[in-house]
Design a protein around this ligand. Structure first.
Ligand code: GLY
Length: 595
């Protein structure tokens, strides 16, 4: 079914792209002509075969991997024309906002990690959504001071933070763009005006969320026209989105933060029936992308770098890997329950620290360096030396020059989000995770895009046993994230770029893929495709329909609670070596493409 849809959806759009192993064998240097590659349909089939059969897509010059073939092709077109990874990201993100609107878009936020080939520098940009200046720590408490039910908080205006994605597109282009800004909008505008085929995943998501999507008229009329959910294969246009894109193409990203766009969003948020929010135009006028120091942690011969606070992604990932540095995972291998015990308990220990210490470091002091100090992690790793599941897991005491007692976080996180990985012709590397938080965000739609519900990534409770929670809501603060856009370095060169959606399981998905690639010798496609086993808070989640189901009994015998369930990662990875090798998660609709 999936093959059929992608073949139909792309038609001739992929002509000229060398997308798979068999095509890569015949790839010519830049300027390769159609004679070097098969016609469009076989190429698409080949790309899918590579994904399904566990072979990476290979290319010599550039590559992009993302969650939808139309978005990948928009980015590939830019790269083929000599555009930078930042240019390609902009084109891909704008298409994702149309064809995968449930996961990311102009109404959301993102974190971007960039390796600059010319300078060897790594830059991380924080375009996280931000709490309104009128918000209080009680935002998600009811009249009795009790935390709201999750979806009572999500649906409507209350959960909407000031979007950061449009500002990030502008900031990335200003720093690293080579193509004309306006040209990058063309693929998305064309698709929005002429229509795109609704993917099976989008159609399923709409059908599964019809009640909530039906609560607001603008959202309902787009996703449930005439009361019925849009169907896979149906051609859908989005003229309001095309108009918004034209405005930004002509006037720049700043046009999002002033004038009619900001006003319309504020009106929708404050006017949301039953659950209004407090966003104001001042929040838009004061929004800024923040450059943050990258967080890098050692693992074996690698340095694993990513996004620091307000994301917990790189710190928690660095903690997990830093503890596992002391385990012989390569000797154990993925079939050994003992390997999963160590991975699972290292993750539980890291999540305990995450729940206590990690939040927006502009608002709360954080022991950022102490959390990934190898000496601290070596001490924590000693807790992994038993044979059974740790009976109790508590936060540790990382070195810190600040005395403060915190309660533990109680944020609820459900999976959605999207990840884009790109290497351009000059060797620049981009890893960006992009989100509107829950699938379809707040369910409010304005000017053709959905508004995020990112504020529900804050802890609803403000205190825990009398102590303040670091990740509580505060005006102008950014909610803690789990997004982990990552670039792995070796000898100061990038060797792997990777990331995933998946709520707080993102961290486990990325950690596991890096272990599979670095310790278990899997190629990048095998590493993103392998079954998942994730443990954050005690229960082992084992992916249904994969060999990891076999871990249920041995892990239970070690004392874990374990549950077999679907685990919807969306890993997109590129290995950077003599050739580029791309992997796209078979659980999503994406592909890797390169030439
Ligand atoms: N809302 C997903 C995340 O930021 O982790």
């Amino acid at each position: 079914m999936k093959h059929f849809w992608i073949g139909l959806a792309l038609g001739g759009a992929l002509a000229g792209a060398a997308v798979a192993q068999q095509a890569a064998d015949t790839v010519q240097p830049e300027g390769a002509t159609a004679t070097t590659v098969a016609p469009a349909s076989p190429e698409i089939a080949a790309a899918l075969a590579a994904k399904d059969e566990g072979r990476p897509v290979e290319a010599d010059h550039w590559m992009i991997a993302a969650a939808n073939p139309l978005a990948v092709e928009a980015g590939a077109k830019v790269l083929r024309a000599g555009g930078s990874a930042a240019d390609a990201m902009i084109a891909a993100q704008l298409v994702l906002g149309l064809v995968e609107p449930q996961s990311s878009g102009l109404g959301g936020g993102a974190f971007l990690v960039w390796y600059d080939a010319a300078t060897g520098q790594m830059t991380t940009l924080d375009a996280r959504e931000t709490a309104p200046l009128e918000a209080t720590p009680q935002l998600f408490l009811d009249a009795e001071g009790q935390p709201l039910q999750f979806f009572d908080a999500v649906v409507g205006g209350r959960s909407v933070g000031t979007p950061g994605t449009p500002a990030l597109l502008g900031a990335a282009h200003a720093r690293w763009g080579k193509a004309a800004w306006g040209d990058l909008f063309a693929p998305a505008i064309t698709l929005a005006e002429e229509g795109f085929e609704v993917s099976p995943r989008l159609a399923e998501s709409v059908a599964g969320d019809a009640e909530r999507l039906g609560r607001f008229e603008t959202t309902a009329s787009y996703f449930l026209p005439g009361g019925a959910p849009i169907q896979a294969g149906q051609v859908l246009t989005n003229r309001p989105y095309a108009e918004t894109l034209r405005l930004l193409a002509e006037q720049g990203a700043d046009a999002f933060y002033a004038g009619d766009v900001a006003r319309d969003i504020v009106q929708a948020v404050r006017g949301a029936e039953g659950n209004p929010g407090v966003l104001s135009e001042l929040d838009f006028a004061t929004y800024a992308v923040k450059e943050r120091p990258p967080v890098c942690a050692d693992y074996r011969s690698y340095e694993v770098c990513g996004m620091g606070p307000p994301s917990s992604g790189a710190l928690t990932l660095g903690q997990i890997l830093g503890m596992l540095e002391h385990s012989e995972l390569n000797a154990l291998g993925p079939k050994e329950p003992e390997a999963w015990r160590r991975i699972g308990d290292a993750s539980r220990l890291a999540f305990a620290d995450r729940g206590r210490y990690m939040a927006d470091s502009d608002y709360v002091p954080m022991p950022t360096e102490g959390l990934i100090d190898p000496a601290y992690l070596a001490e924590r790793a000693k807790l992994l030396e038993g044979d059974d599941a740790l009976p109790e897991v508590a936060p540790g005491t990382p070195e810190w020059d600040h005395a403060e007692l915190w309660g533990d976080d109680q944020a609820i996180e459900f999976p959605s989000t999207s990840h884009i990985t790109i290497v351009d012709g000059e060797g620049n590397v981009l890893s960006m995770t992009t989100t509107i938080e829950n699938a379809f965000g707040s369910r409010l739609m304005v000017r053709g895009f959905l508004l995020n519900n990112e504020l529900t990534d804050f802890s609803f409770a403000t205190h825990d046993e009398g102590l303040p929670v670091a990740n509580r809501v505060e005006p102008g603060k950014r909610p803690r994230s789990s997004m982990a856009p990552t670039i792995v370095m070796r000898d100061e060169r990038p060797v792997l770029a990777i990331g995933s959606p998946g709520g707080s399981r993102i961290i486990g998905y990325v950690a596991q893929a890096i272990i599979a690639w670095a310790d278990w010798g899997m190629n990048v496609q095998q590493a993103v495709a392998m079954g998942h086993a994730v443990n954050r808070f005690g229960t082992f989640d084992l992916e249904a329909g994969t060999p990891l189901e076999d871990m249920l009994e041995p892990l239970e015998a070690m004392g874990y609670q374990a549950k077999v369930q679907e685990l919807n990662s969306g890993l997109h990875a590129i290995e950077i070596g003599q050739v580029l090798k791309g992997g796209a998660d078979p659980r999503r609709e994406g592909i890797a493409l390169g030439e």
